[in-house]
Design a protein around this ligand. Structure first.
Ligand code: CAA
Length: 257
């Protein structure tokens, strides 16, 4: 039996999803992407899981789409494969995804990192969109998400030169939440996952949805969406419990409904 390219484990309230192609710096081939999307969708439906950590290893989060798998493809084959379309399904995962990033996060690896909701980077992280160096350009969100995250001029420099940035630069540019020593990156992601897992899940879900909405709507549309999600939470037991617990000066117990 082939070894799995994506390894999943569950801990208390959260799950860890890890790339398992160390020999090729976790380059993402179509099989790995299928396994990844399937794993994320299964965890999204799993009531025991309230937050998901996505990670690689010390050398690489992921060094991009698998170049060897694409090298000889014709445009028609690429169009027929439409391999990046399945990446869109990650955007539809409702539970928060925390990326724990060490080493290379390049091309599709950087794009995947940016699809995650929160990013913990280790000091060793090297982040970039180097596709220009192999005769192409970002194809899974790099020109769009990077530009929204860091602004036009920085995105333009990264995409047109293919140069990598350090973890500290990524922090200054707002591409990652924090930078920690490499040996703590997973621990820090776990702390965050545990914290998110301790919050009322319906509110977490609707809050994530509302933040993401800001990327593809006008300010009015987004404010309206946010307001409706806020009102909708008053249909949840957790809203009643959360506000009652505040008034009674005790800790709330969440039911997740
Ligand atoms: N695809 C396939 N194989 C890859 C790979 C990739 N993206 N990145 C690394 N590998 C493989 C190498 O071919 C090598 O395999 P072999 O041992 O069989 O030769 C192995 O991983 C180790 O890599 P290196 O020997 O190159 O390691 P290094 O430390 O010298 O360099 C690196 C590391 C700078 C990350 C270099 O490997 C590199 O430049 N990789 C390619 C990065 C890249 O261009 N990514 C974008 C891909 S296209 C894309 O992602 C499109 C999109 O928008 C989705």
């Amino acid at each position: 039996m082939n070894e799995k390219l994506i390894v999943t484990s569950k801990e208390d309230g959260y799950a860890i999803v890890q790339f398992n192609r160390p020999d090729v710096l976790n380059a993402i081939n179509m099989e790995a992407m299928t396994e990844l999307v399937d794993a994320l969708e299964a965890l999204d439906k799993d009531d025991d899981v309230r937050c998901i950590i996505l990670t690689g290893n010390e050398k690489a989060f992921a060094a991009g789409a698998d170049i060897k798998e694409m090298a000889d493809a014709s445009a028609m084959e690429m169009l027929k494969r439409d391999q990046f379309a399945r990446w869109d399904r990650i955007r539809k995962v409702k539970k928060p995804i925390v990326a724990a990033v060490s080493g290379f996060a390049l091309g599709g690896g950087c794009e995947l990192m940016m699809t995650c909701d929160i990013v913990i980077a280790s000091e060793t992280a090297r982040i970039g969109q180097p596709e220009i160096n192999i005769g192409v350009m970002p194809g899974a969100g790099g020109t769009q998400r990077l530009t929204r995250a860091v602004g036009k001029v920085k995105a333009m420099e990264m995409v047109l030169t293919g140069s990598m940035i350090s973890a500290d630069e990524a922090l200054r540019w707002g591409l990652v939440n924090r930078v920690v020593p490499v040996e703590y990156v997973l621990e820090e992601a776990k702390n965050l996952a545990r914290e998110i897992a301790s919050k009322p899940p319906v509110a977490v879900r609707l809050a994530k949805e509302a933040v993401l909405k800001s990327f593809d709507t006008t300010i009015e549309g987004g404010l309206e969406f946010e307001r409706k999600n806020f009102y909708m939470l008053f249909a949840s037991d957790d809203q009643k419990e959360g506000m009652k617990a505040f008034v009674e000066k005790r800790k709330a117990t969440w039911k997740g409904k």
